[in-house]
Design a protein around this ligand. Structure first.
Ligand code: 3HC
Ligand code: NAI
Length: 721
């Protein structure tokens, strides 16, 4: 008998046919579990329970995915707490008198996976993925997930999945016991067939709430190890450790229900935290940056990119090789060129090593690696460039050399070819000025190592066309980068803001700190590394060489700058001149024991250089608090961020925040510099401290308060009155 009915006014469609009720969530694009969806599922379950013809239920998502989690946009509104709650749905599913089968396709994440684990059976399509990414948005799987997962898989695996937030594919999910069956196609029909076959089976053993937690023999050691590892990695983020606490409740609480109660308390604690709000902001900020818009109103909506198929990369050094790897990884054919055969061979060797390291790590097969390498053609002249769609230049950071390269490219490339520069600071308009088609010139600023770092800062010049921008942004996304569009100025957005940060780090040394003091304060804030560790890792000689060529190094230059009313610390130059280039020479701001060493130890030799410098320049050394270190390094860069906004170099806060999170290691749980200033510290306070430092350090331009910051701080103060 067919009691085919469906209700379409909710975001969960209900239909019933041949004893099987189908509840299909319909809330594109990711079927997030917003209030109407939750209500729809609950209504569907009620109907299925009451309908005597229905013997089993299949729960699925329509369109591209099973629900990918709670609706994050609701978190800040009353809808998040409006009944029915997800926990109630999970409880209803678990205790449902008729079998419930979850038919999983796409990504069953967060609350979506909690629904699956509350169902009695889980069938996944081959391409499905599951996971608990809540930790990435500062919370935990708070709808029974922390209590259910360790009951279907081993405790250790549950901790790993929940604390890392990683997604696993269907086959790993099957191995871990999270899904019961994998099917090749049409998961909903297969789940319906399966549901018919199990209508008479007892449900008791299938209810996850009644299962024991698995792998608890060495629970206390497992938790302790997880805690230690998490403390080392989480850099002050509170969600990862709280996730462990919630999972611990599954072992320590006397009943499943008590465990769920503890989980809810911990979820509430996280939900109320500033960190969760910051991470949720970062989630949406990350998605907003691809929606670029220029000040003239032209945007991603109105501009179609050109599909890049072939490219040329000029310079096979540190950046060129990484850029070439990124390009071939998304199927673009690359011509790689260098100054001479020796450098070209060296670049190709490094490129092959990078690709084949993926084989060693079982990420790709040998034949895939060979295929990728075959996409690169090493060449010594520009003859083959006449047909490429884009050229990305990554030669030395020197305007004359870059201009020479662009002149040559202009002569050989087809008129529609885009000419991009990976310059980290230089003026894109000046580079474009030597070409006949400045509309085709764009900056594509990759970060090192270019094949690993996710950030791509794309820079438009005065003449850059919208199509050129759209193509650079699109190519970035194809390379799996987060592309942010910014305007043209010295250092663009990221490196421009980095200027005050590194300058203040240097001044702090002159006034009383040692590198380890500054770095410790920055690490305590949440950066993976401090300013001096980063400099040692990157090698200080490259920047030094560039500055030296321009005559901008050393104490004489520092005096000159002071005369010009701009303070400069020559300590960094002095460290390089002492042969301390960083990790590669075994010594930099720290001592690494041997060239290439990783463990940084404080070095009295460096401390002597610093103390002698202070003495020589009559700078009275003093004890500087971590708070002052943070304010001077970070508020100065925040001030610069406001200036970039005010000048239209950055279009919105989100662009700056994502650049800093992905390019410079700003801790995600601190939202990004602009978010941090506005929401975690408050603009009136930031502005007051900037004015304070400006009154002391008049000879540092970066302390001149941004006009925009001033206006916003004043209006934030006024709105609080
Ligand atoms: N809530 C609200 N909106 C969401 C969302 C969510 N959970 N997940 C994605 N979206 C939105 C995105 O903002 C984007 O909107 P836009 O088009 O306006 O920019 C749109 O959906 C598409 O998302 P993506 O661009 O990210 O699409 P992808 O195909 O690249 O990725 C995805 C899909 C893997 C599902 C990815 O969106 C994702 O990881 N989403 C977040 C998943 C998540 O964190 N789930 C847990 C939520 S918290 C929870 O469930 C709490 C529970 O335990 C109680
Ligand atoms: P690098 O010194 O490692 O590589 C530059 C390569 O370009 C060298 O191998 C050199 O032989 C080659 N080269 C020079 N002139 C050439 C020419 N006319 N034709 C062909 N090849 C030529 O330098 P790196 O670090 O790769 O930097 C390259 C560019 O990327 C610079 O503009 C730099 O500012 C920028 N950049 C560097 C970053 C870094 O962290 N190293 C980060 C982001 C951008």
């Amino acid at each position: 008998m067919c009691n085919c009915m469906s209700l379409h006014n909710e975001m969960a469609n209900y239909s019933a046919e041949k004893q099987i009720a189908l509840i299909s969530v319909t809330n594109p694009p990711v079927n997030a579990l917003s209030h109407h969806v939750r209500q729809g599922i609950m209504n569907g379950l009620k109907r299925a329970k009451e309908d005597p013809n229905v013997q089993a239920v299949v729960l699925c998502g329509s369109g591209r995915t099973f629900p990918a989690g709670a609706d994050i946009t609701e978190f800040a509104s009353h809808l998040a707490t409006k009944k029915p709650h997800l926990v109630e749905i999970c409880t209803e599913l678990d205790s449902f008198p008729k079998p419930v089968v979850a038919a999983i396709h796409g990504t069953a994440l967060g609350g979506g996976l909690e629904l699956c684990l509350s169902a009695h059976y889980r069938i996944a399509s081959k391409s499905a993925k599951v996971g608990f990414p809540e930790v990435n948005i500062g919370i935990l799987p708070g709808a029974t997930g922390t209590q259910r997962l360790p009951r279907v898989t081993h405790l250790k695996s549950a901790i790993d999945l929940i604390v890392s937030g990683r997604q696993v594919n269907a086959s790993e999910a099957y191995d871990l016991g999270i899904v019961d069956q994998i099917v090749d196609s049409d998961v909903v029909s297969k789940a319906s067939e399966f549901a018919k076959s199990i209508v008479m089976r007892p449900l008791g053993p299938r209810r996850v709430s009644s299962m024991p937690v698995k792998g608890i023999e060495h629970a206390s050691t497992i938790f302790e190890e997880a805690r230690q590892k998490t403390i080392r990695r989480s850099r002050g983020a509170i969600a990862p450790l709280t996730c462990i606490q919630a999972i611990q409740a599954s072992v320590e609480q006397p009943t499943f229900e008590k465990g769920v109660q503890k989980e809810s308390e911990l979820m509430y604690y996280l939900m109320q935290s500033g960190q969760a709000r910051a991470q949720q902001y970062a989630f949406f900020a990350e998605r907003s940056v691809s929606k670029w818009q220029r000040p003239n109103g032209v945007s991603y909506k109105t501009t179609k990119p050109v599909r890049v198929k072939t490219a040329a990369v000029i310079g096979a050094g540190t950046m060129g090789v990484g850029i070439a790897v990124s390009l071939i990884s998304c199927g673009v054919k690359v011509f790689l060129t260098e100054q001479n055969q020796e450098y070209l061979n060296r670049g190709m060797e490094i490129l092959k090593n990078i690709i084949f390291s993926g084989v060693k790590r079982n990420r790709i097969s040998k034949s895939q690696a060979e295929k990728l390498v075959s996409l690169v053609t090493p060449v010594l002249d520009y003859g083959s460039f006449s047909h490429v769609d884009i050229v990305i230049e990554a030669v030395f950071e020197n305007m004359d050399i870059k201009k020479k390269v662009f002149r040559k490219l202009d002569a050989v490339c087809k008129p529609s070819a885009i000419l991009a520069s990976n310059t980290s600071t230089l003026n894109i308009d000046e580079i474009a000025s030597v070409t006949s088609q400045p509309d085709k010139v764009v900056g594509m600023h990759f970060f090192s190592p270019a094949h690993i770092m996710k950030l791509l800062e794309n820079i438009y010049g005065k003449a850059t066309s919208s199509e050129t921008i759209a193509t650079a942004m699109d190519l970035g996304q194809r390379m799996k980068k987060i592309s942010v569009l910014v305007g043209n100025c010295h250092g663009f957005v990221g490196n421009r803001m980095m200027g005050p940060y590194t300058a203040e780090a240097g001044f702090l040394l002159e006034e009383g700190c040692f590198p380890q003091d500054v770095d410790q304060a920055l690490r305590d804030f949440g950066f993976a590394m401090g300013a001096f560790q980063t400099s040692d890792l990157a090698g200080a000689d490259i920047g030094y060489k560039i500055r030296k060529e321009l005559g901008l190094v050393g104490p004489r230059w520092a005096d000159e700058r002071l005369r010009m009313g701009q303070r400069y610390s020559p300590l960094g130059d002095m460290i390089v001149e002492a042969g301390r280039l960083g990790q590669k020479t075994g010594k930099g701001w720290y001592n690494y024991g041997k060239p290439g060493g990783r463990a940084n130890m404080r070095d009295v030799e460096v401390e002597e250089i610093i103390v002698n410098f202070s003495k020589k320049h009559d700078i009275k050394r003093r004890r500087i608090s971590p708070q002052e270190i943070i304010e001077r390094c970070l508020y100065s860069l925040i001030n610069e961020g406001f200036k970039a906004l005010e000048e239209g170099i950055a279009a919105k806060d989100e662009d700056i925040d994502i650049i800093w999170i992905y390019g410079y290691g700003w801790p995600r749980h601190m939202g990004g510099p602009m978010y941090y200033a506005k929401n975690m510290v408050g603009l009136p306070k930031v502005y007051e401290r900037i004015c304070h430092y400006h009154s002391i350090y008049k000879n540092s331009k970066h302390w001149i308060p941004s006009t925009l910051l001033k206006q916003m701080a004043l209006s934030q103060s006024a709105s609080k009155l």
